[in-house]
Design a protein around this ligand. Structure first.
Ligand code: VTB
Ligand code: MG
Ligand code: MG
Length: 361
């Protein structure tokens, strides 16, 4: 017998305490960062755009009643102005919450006013977010239909398999010709081979300058125009992608790689970096023999009560960029989702002077 479909009430009831109590706070955090960086869009200073996003996030975070810890993000040392890995955030009263963050994902995109930059964060309960360094993560991201197909057939997406084999699985799972599949890949020298392989398999490649996190989320939306994301990006971005996938039913599979390996450096450089990074990795609970193990959605985000929010800074897929309406007023769209399965694409308008302002969206 078919399982009885869930009612909306049942879905709401399925939300854990973090989703129930902190979803709106999470949205406010990404919105605050997006507004702050919106003032810097097109100004060519990516570092400053990043800086204001970090500061805005920290200000809002520290008003929230929770015992939060940044588990993965950017900047590993305790030097302001980053939200550094290991930083304690929140008032210190309330639930224990683990956080993955990228205050401004796509700093270049924001600085040059190119589509796709977002302010993004995810949260989960204790032990719910992968604790790891800000290095690279080589990956394949696919949507829920592929996960279902894997379960039915036992044919599994595998990072070490030939590209064509993985694309054949996606093609069958989505019931699309390989020729019609769109694979998003970051425009980096390290991806020259994979781009060739995808094209040789007959699929299309969408090469993007930065920001392969949101395309990963898009794999979960039918007709979003993105079927797969492949290639190495930041590990923080991978955990954030995994948080969204966990809520939406998609899958990420991949492994951590050191920057020198990802960017094809000399043997000496690789050894040097390895020696530098190893103690740091070990301190985070990643022994040498586990650095390059395959990690999937549940390894990156073991949490059950997971929430994810991204607010568009510049225009992007299913979201309009943050618009500044004058006098500090702003209009923005976000995606907010949680483990219960509820997905919200929200619009927010911040109107500071209600009497003197007429506004449109
Ligand atoms: C990717 C991309 C990001 O960093 O994670 C990339 O999705 C990886 O770093 O938008 P490299 O630029 O060194 O390749 C970003 O471009 C910026 O965080
Ligand atoms: Mg980033
Ligand atoms: Mg960033």
């Amino acid at each position: 017998m078919m399982p009885h479909p869930k009612t909306t009430e049942e879905m709401m009831a399925a939300a854990g305490p973090i989703e129930k109590n902190l979803s709106l706070s999470l949205l406010q955090i990404t919105e605050a960062a997006a507004v702050a960086s919106a003032y810097q869009v097109g100004k060519g200073d990516r570092k400053y755009a990043d800086h204001v996003a970090v500061e805005a996030m920290r200000r809002v975070l520290n008003h929230i009643d929770m015992k939060g810890t940044i588990k993965i993000g950017e900047g590993e040392r305790d030097e302001a102005p980053m939200l550094y890995i290991g930083e304690a955030v929140g008032t210190g009263n309330g639930p224990v919450v683990e956080i993955a963050v990228d205050p401004l994902e796509g700093t270049n995109l924001a600085a040059d006013d190119i589509n796709g930059s977002i302010a993004v964060m995810s949260m989960a309960e204790k032990g719910g977010i992968f604790y790891g360094p800000d290095i690279y993560f080589d990956k394949i991201v696919v949507g829920p239909k592929v996960v279902l197909y894997e379960k039915k057939t036992g044919e599994i997406i595998n990072l070490d398999a030939p590209v064509i084999q993985n694309l054949k699985i996606v093609s069958k799972a989505l019931d699309k010709k390989i020729e019609d599949l769109v694979v998003v890949v970051l425009d980096r020298d390290r991806h020259k081979q994979i781009i060739k392989d995808i094209r040789a398999a007959g699929a299309r490649v969408r090469i993007i300058p930065d920001g392969d996190l949101l395309p990963g989320v898009m794999t979960c939306f039918e007709d979003s125009g993105v079927d797969v994301v492949m290639g190495a990006g930041g590990s923080g971005e991978a955990v954030l992608t995994a948080s969204a996938l966990k809520c939406l039913g998609g899958k990420i599979t991949g492994r951590l790689v050191l920057p020198s390996v990802a960017n094809e450096k000399s043997e000496d450089e690789i050894l040097k970096e390895f020696a530098e990074k190893l103690p740091r990795l070990q301190k985070m609970g990643i022994p040498e023999n586990e650095i390059d193990m395959i990690r999937e959605t549940d390894d990156l985000v073991p949490g059950k009560d997971v929430i994810f929010a991204a607010t568009a800074v510049t225009d992007g897929p299913f979201m309009k960029g943050t618009k500044l309406l004058g006098d500090g007023d702003a209009y923005m769209t976000s995606i907010l989702t949680g483990s219960s399965g509820v997905v919200r694409i929200t619009q927010s308008i911040y109107v500071k002077d209600k009497e003197n302002k007429s506004f449109s969206v």
